[in-house]
Design a protein around this ligand. Structure first.
Ligand SMILES: *Cc1c(COP(=O)(O)O)cnc(C)c1O
Length: 403
């Protein structure tokens, strides 16, 4: 071979005797075939074979296989973000005249997709109370194709009775999708509780380092494989193997990161709930939380994310109090190594239920910093919310001095 040919040729050096623990980054658009006949029959390779980079490389397939195992599903697809996973989980199953039921507390961009694009395509969109299986039953139509769930609800954490809602949906021939980002497949397995499709924003806890966007769709039954795979192909959607390798790397420490974050988050949630500036802490693992019994029945653990509803007199000072934070960063998304605080608007994202709390609540994501320093930050924030209340004699201070 001449030098110019050598420059673009990939010699085979990978195969024998090299067995690293990490997954290699296999970048590909073209995948070559040994002869013309193999190329002509490439369609016969099916969804498990390799035919073109868009449909998978060993790197992306490894990540998909990990997800399929943990979700206890039949197959998984990767998407460029968590919201892309949600969109691509519902689009293949909807046509003009169909009806979709969506949990009122679903991730807001999912509501917006329904209200703009699904409506524009002629789909009838309706929202339901996530706490009421009866509301789902009352709203089912002959044309209902999908019941879209998210448990707990985004930011406000409502726990859904998934087995009951799924049974109602299936009775009417609808499929059930669940956005499982909060719990991750370690702490909830929606496919075992009646869901047909589960999506994850791998962007959050699974990748775990706030440096990559990715989503996944896992299906319970291979009957759903073709509609999703072919739409993803027609829309030309794939993920970079480099990004998939970042997610695979984060995945290896998901277990310890999540166990740590959920323990610290629950300890903080209990202490914050006792503060005079606080109306309620929205965390499904708190015994006082509505839906706690359902969470205990179905989930294997909680998560590092919860929200705080302040009393009205304190809620007015949230913006200024946030500026006292020294360890928490202020920003959207969550599930990374850095703890985050984000004021969240609830008003305007509810139509089937009504939100009676303040316009803004505070969502915290607990990361991996020293917990004493994190608590000192929360302590400062709470003190700044209600300056006239002296909290110096309360539990939080002594906890802050622990280490
Ligand atoms: C963040 C999030 C998403 C979207 O993930 P991206 O990767 O940022 O698109 C979807 N669902 C839930 C519940 C989320 O919190």
């Amino acid at each position: 071979m001449n030098d110019l040919t050598q420059c673009v040729f990939t010699p085979e050096v990978l195969a024998n005797g090299f067995n690293p623990l990490g997954v290699g980054v296999h970048r590909a658009s073209t995948i070559v075939f040994k002869d013309a006949a193999a190329y002509a029959s490439r369609g016969d390779r099916g969804h498990e074979g390799y035919s073109y980079g868009l449909y998978g490389t060993p790197t992306t397939r490894t990540l998909e296989a990990k997800l399929t195992t943990l979700e206890e599903g039949a197959w998984s697809f990767l998407t460029p973000s968590g919201q892309a996973a949600n969109a691509l989980a519902v689009l293949p199953f909807l046509a003009a005249g169909d009806h979709i039921l969506i949990a009122d507390t679903a991730y807001p961009p999912m509501r917006e997709l329904a209200e703009t694009d699904l409506k524009r395509l002629g789909v009838e969109v309706e929202f339901f109370d996530p706490m009421s299986a009866d509301d789902v039953a009352a709203k089912m139509r002959k044309t209902t194709k999908i019941v879209w769930c998210e448990s707990p609800g985004s930011t406000t954490m409502e726990i859904m009775d998934l087995p009951k809602i799924a049974a109602i949906a299936h009775e009417h021939g609808a499929i059930v999708g669940v956005d499982n980002t909060w719990a991750t497949p370690l702490n909830f397995k929606p496919l075992k509780h009646g869901a047909d499709i589960v999506t994850e924003a791998l962007t959050k806890f699974v990748s775990g380092h706030s440096d990559v966007l990715m989503g996944s769709i896992t299906i319970k039954d291979t009957a759903l494989l073709k509609p999703i795979r072919s739409l993803i192909g027609r829309m030309g959607i794939g993920v970079s193997p480099d990004d998939a390798s970042l997610v695979l790397r984060g995945f290896e420490t998901l277990g310890v990161r999540l166990r740590h974050s959920e323990r610290v988050a629950l300890e903080f949630a209990r202490k914050i709930a006792a503060h005079p500036a606080v109306e309620q802490v929205l965390h499904p693992a708190l015994e006082s939380f509505p839906g706690h019994a359902l969470w205990k029945r179905d989930f294997l653990g909680s998560s590092g994310v919860f929200s705080i509803v302040f009393k009205p007199e304190a809620a007015a000072h949230v913006a200024t109090a946030l500026d006292t934070l020294k360890v928490f960063a202020i920003g959207a998304s969550w599930g990374g190594t850095r703890s985050l605080a984000a004021p969240m608007s609830i008003d305007g994202f509810r139509t089937a239920t009504s939100w009676s709390g303040p316009g803004v609540i505070l969502r915290l994501s607990i990361g991996l910093e020293d917990e004493t320093e994190l608590w000192a930050d929360i302590d400062r924030l709470l003190a700044a919310l209600v300056p006239e209340i002296d909290v110096s004699s309360e539990g939080p201070r002594s906890a802050a001095g622990r280490g």
